[in-house]
Design a protein around this ligand. Structure first.
Ligand code: RB5
Length: 148
């Protein structure tokens, strides 16, 4: 498994914990930064991270900003991306089971490190259920195409 990572200055402290955790688990990453608390714009970083997932260079993306909101809005503009802001274990599980989310977005001021790493584990370990949920995410794609 390979993950694409991206954060802004607000997400940097939590992303550092995610980086350490993924390194301990020997999970390969493509890291689009940032690498300090110096102020940066989140949209270009979210775009690069999301494109790496959409183009198949990574299986999933992890995006972190202060709230998770800005990076999710930016990532969801990339065709084929289903980015979900998760704030608890249930949201991380259900967005994989029902939405086949391919980018996990979190907010460094919304969740603590323990919760974030738990959500990451759940997100990566939960399969998509398919069935009626496939029809529903196909409809989301139709919105993207302008046919719904
Ligand atoms: C940066 O100040 C903050 O706006 C950003 O991290 C993010 O939370 C935006 O949605």
């Amino acid at each position: 498994m390979k993950l694409a990572l991206g954060c802004d200055h607000g997400g940097f402290p939590l992303m550092e914990a995610v980086r350490r955790y993924l390194s301990e688990k020997h999970i390969e990453v493509e890291d689009f930064g940032c690498f300090s608390t110096e102020s940066v714009d989140y949209a270009p970083i979210a775009a690069k991270t999301a494109r790496a997932v959409a183009e198949g260079q990574a299986d999933y993306g992890v995006l972190i900003c202060t709230t998770g909101l800005g990076v999710s809005m930016a990532a969801n503009k990339v065709k084929g991306i289903r980015a979900a802001v998760c704030t608890n274990e249930l949201s991380a599980e259900m967005t994989r089971r029902h939405n086949n989310a391919n980018v996990l977005c979190m907010g460094a001021r919304m969740v603590d490190e323990t919760a974030a790493l738990r959500m990451l584990d759940i997100f990566l370990g939960t399969p998509f259920e398919g069935g009626r949920h496939q029809r529903r995410i196909d409809q989301i794609a139709q919105i993207e195409e302008g046919t719904l």
